[in-house]
Design a binder for this molecule. Sequence first.
Ligand SMILES: [Zn+2]
Length: 278
Amino acid sequence: MSGLPKGVVGFLLWRPLIALVIAAVVVGVLLLRSHRQEAPVTHRVEHVGLTDKQQVQLGNEEYAKELRQDRAQVVSSGPAYLEVQRVAKRIEAVAARDKPAFAWKVTLLRKNEANAYCLPGGKIVVFTGILPLTRNDSGLATVLGHEVAHATAEHVAERIERQHLTNVAIAIISGGIAFTPSQYAHIVALLGIGGRAASLPFSRAQESEADHIGLIYMARTGYNPRQAVAFWKRMLRASRGKEPPEFASDHPSTAHRIERVEGWLPEAERELGAAPSK
Ligand SMILES: [Zn+2]
């Protein structure tokens, strides 16, 4: 390198550092643009690029699509419908304290699959196939608490932000075309509809956080959090050898999950003590 002018040598030596500085500035700007959000209950700090309003819009788009597909399966009367409305109303009221800008609504679909999910922004879908497992209001509150926690902790928005797809998501929301079909497919997969996106589950940390927040929501609603342990034990027995539904996805083992839920029981029972009696 002795033949090269000093400035060029300097540039070659410093180039990796310059690249690092530029990368740091870009990431810094992206983080500044995203807002700092604190997950309810766990107070974990996360960065999300989508506002509450944008999350409602994104969820509504997906919800409308789901209902177009399954309009004939919507259950709008009968004991199962009434149970789902009754339990969801209570959980929604508690979740709305953390996310007042979300538009909460629950829909029961006649589907022989043990599943339920909550879209970003508060639209909840429950399949009738979960009801034999939830068995009672407390069991259903366990599932709904978990699903709603994914929404209030903005887990989808967090995944979108981590994958730098916020602008793609915004383009979808605004009906723009500034995304490629593969980017669109990616966002839709990130939404994780009804466990169909099993290839892209929530992270293990997010699942665990949803269990924790969900348990506290359940207690704040006035349901006995110990019933959550009973429900997970039923799940453990029922799901042996089968593909786990969304709320059971990506866990090292249901047995380990039950242990952790038991660890949060004292905190949940304090909340139950403060909740209106049921
Ligand atoms: Zn989950």
